[in-house]
Design a protein around this ligand. Structure first.
Ligand code: NOJ
Ligand code: CA
Length: 691
């Protein structure tokens, strides 16, 4: 991708509306539909928000508790207030849209304690047409130098018992199905929740963000955070029936955030829209991040990839070698997957189908110790004897394919940080431009959590080190996305979701799961969900497990879920001679435009994306059948297009025949409506190109 595609700012206006008032202040969104009021309640800082003339967030308090320092949440007076407004259009290097409008009104409130400490705190609020963000800023000052936050006291006092889609506030994992309850009924103990590494059961009334809500007035809300750079991940805990409060993930020593002034927190964000589709269209999270800091982005390229991966998850092969003492795969039946020969087979397939990347897991030594309570067993550079990495790289290059490297750390971050530089240098020397990282295990040093400040710093260090070696990152067991892809566009995609792999070794993901993801986890950023399973039941390897889907739904997921590194997850042999694979071959990984045609969270969603003059549609349903009618009114006027429709086959059946796909073609214009019958957990995927 050429550098000039990364345009910094095309239009920027900065208007100073008013300055230097010390009165409690009001702020409205550019379109006037949202308003925020900052109030001092007996010296306590608080805010409230109205949406479409109704109270959305009632008076909610703000502040902090510290170690060895009195709290900062009372005895304040306002020393200054500034109102600023900004409008700019910027161009992401890749993403769901080629152009992003950053348009907000800002209120900056400067506070000072009236007590003898005289500490200063700044709160910056931004109101967009589709929501709000605010953050705390600790300016440089005499009475705060280094400090330790024990609690952030940010509240969101909701005004109704809204319907919520949430996952438990686990400090180590976001890999859960979404629970759908009213706000007051959020209670992790009533679910089948188990803390991921059987250790860190967090607050039973806390959820991880993004959490999505639907109000009885038909508003849709998403609570999350933006620009999580050097802070603890935030969960939200139910304080009373309708109030959520920040509940930060702790360090091993029980503290939450170690900081020194000047210091800014991440943005606390709420997207507010009138329908679920507009949640997906929001760029609020990205807009609350900084511009790209990478001087050269020519090496960053979204791509599709296949992988020596699913075959391990379905136990066709293993990560470790069965002949190594203490082999983790144990059974002795599964053969090592990452061999030179197998890699060549995948490369041949990728080359024949225009798939650029090949992920290879299990090529480097150490896997036999995965899950064992020992450290330092991965060095990230030593291949197993049956894998000739130079030969594989050479063969790939000759065929126009490139490897996606893998750094599984097993959570042993101490070891990884020691080897980080060498590990990236190694891949860089081989010309490898993308690396999947993994933290499948308890974090070392022991007691640190995947989502605490220790790991937030680590994940960032990895992105920065990768950038130094011109490497794109796909992080598994990650910190949630908060929009840093704008600043580091090599931070491509990540897991942080209950992804496809669960179908290989658990009861699997329910049909509704992927109809919820675009409106929850997907609002935070790209998801490496790894769709594209064609051998839905994989009975040759496992009889009990299966993917709860049809093949047409698998295709539609490439449009419904966004990832700039998009995996075609199944085995090459399952794609051979499958006409439906054409859709995966054709679907782009970066878009000019994204629309959500219709959606009901947890029931169905139809998403349409445009790349150049071509449009791709994906529509999926939950466990219920659905007749969809997709109006093509988004197409250009006066142009005739060819639509290729991949739908659930006439004789498709979720239990007996989930693989049947009908492929039909028709001429369409912007007056056309495409109808399709989706079976239970079915889908339809459409390619629309001008004639
Ligand atoms: C968990 C990851 O999500 C999965 O993709 C990977 O194959 C395993 N860890 C092994 O690294
Ligand atoms: Ca449903």
């Amino acid at each position: 991708m050429k550098k000039h595609f990364y345009l910094l700012i095309t239009i920027a206006t900065l208007l100073f509306l008013t300055a230097c008032s010390t009165q409690p202040s009001k702020l409205t969104s550019p379109d006037g539909n949202l308003s925020l009021s900052f109030d001092m309640v007996n010296g306590k800082p608080a805010y409230s928000v109205t949406a479409f003339d109704k109270m959305l967030i009632d008076t909610s308090f703000l502040g902090f508790e510290f170690r060895d320092m009195p709290p900062m949440n009372k005895d304040f007076s306002i020393t200054d207030v500034k109102l600023v407004s900004s409008s700019e259009i910027w161009k992401p290097l890749w993403g769901e849209r080629s152009s992003v409008h950053n348009n907000y009104n800002e209120l900056l409130v400067e506070l000072e304690e009236t007590t003898e400490l005289n500490r200063k705190l700044v709160i910056r609020f931004r109101l967009f047409d589709d929501g709000l963000g605010f953050r705390y800023e600790f300016p440089e000052q005499d009475n705060i130098n280094e400090f330790v936050i024990m609690n952030e006291l940010t509240e969101f006092k909701l005004t109704g018992d809204h319907t919520c889609w949430w996952i438990p506030g686990d400090h180590d994992s976001y890999e859960y199905p979404y629970y759908n309850t009213s706000l007051s009924q959020i209670d992790v103990s009533k679910t089948n929740y188990q803390a991921r590494w059987d250790r860190f059961a967090s607050n039973m009334n806390a959820v991880n963000t993004p959490i999505t809500m639907e109000t009885s007035d038909g508003l849709y809300l998403s609570f999350h955070e933006a620009n999580l750079t050097d802070y603890a991940g935030m969960t939200l805990a139910l304080k009373d029936d309708l109030t959520l409060e920040a509940d930060l993930v702790p360090w091993a020593d029980g503290t939450k955030v170690k900081a020194s002034a000047p210091f800014v927190t991440p943005w606390r964000t709420v997207i507010v829209t009138k329908n679920p589709g507009d949640l997906v269209k929001s760029d609020l999270i990205l807009n609350l991040n900084e511009h790209c800091v990478l001087p050269d982005v020519s090496w960053i390229e979204p791509m599709k990839y296949v992988g020596i991966w699913w075959e391990m998850h379905i136990s066709k092969s293993s990560w470790d070698r069965e002949d190594v003492e203490g082999s983790w795969s144990g059974s002795g039946k599964a053969k090592h997957g990452a061999t030179t020969e197998n890699a060549k087979k995948y490369i041949d397939f990728a080359a024949a189908n225009g798939i650029k990347g090949l992920l290879i897991e299990g090529w480097n030594t150490g896997w036999e110790y995965w899950g064992v309570d020992t450290t330092g067993f991965f060095d990230f550079i030593t291949p197993y004897p049956d894998f000739d990495i130079e030969e594989v790289v050479k063969y790939a290059k000759e065929h126009g394919v490139e490897l996606v490297g893998h750094h599984e750390t097993a959570g042993d971050v101490t070891n990884y940080e020691e080897r980080l530089e060498d590990a990236f240098k190694f891949y860089n020397k081989l010309g490898i431009r993308a690396v999947k990282t993994g933290y499948a295990g308890q974090i070392r040093p022991k007691g640190e959590r995947h989502h605490g400040q220790f790991m937030v710093r680590h994940y960032r260090r990895v992105v920065e080190t990768a950038a130094k070696y011109h490497i794109m990152v796909d992080a598994h067991e990650p910190i949630k996305p908060t929009g840093i892809r704008r600043t580091y566009p090599n931070m491509m995609t990540r897991e942080g979701v209950r992804g496809m792999e669960y179908n290989a070794w658990s009861e699997g993901n329910a049909p509704e799961h992927t109809t919820i993801l675009p409106f929850t986890r997907g609002l935070a950023g790209p998801i490496d969900y790894t769709p594209g399973i064609f051998d839905i039941k994989f009975d040759n390897f496992k009889k009990k497990e299966r993917v709860h889907t049809t093949v047409a739904k698998q295709l539609a997921l490439y449009v419904v879920l966004y990832s700039p590194l998009a995996m075609a997850a199944d085995l090459p042999e399952n794609y051979e001679n499958q006409p439906a694979f054409e859709f995966i071959r054709e679907v782009p990984v970066t878009w000019d435009e994204t629309l959500v045609n219709e959606a009901s969270i947890g029931d169905y969603v139809t998403t349409t994306r445009r790349k150049g003059n071509n449009w791709f549609v994906g529509s999926i349903t939950d466990e219920n059948t659905r007749e969809v009618e997709i109006s093509l009114d988004f197409l250009s006027d006066g142009v005739t297009y060819n639509a290729k429709i991949f739908s659930d086959g006439k004789n498709a059946d979720l239990e007996k025949n989930p693989t049947a796909v009908d492929i039909t073609e028709q001429k369409v214009t912007n007056k056309s409506v495409i109808k399709a019958s989706l079976i239970e957990s079915g889908g339809v995927a459409i390619i629309i190109k001008p004639e």
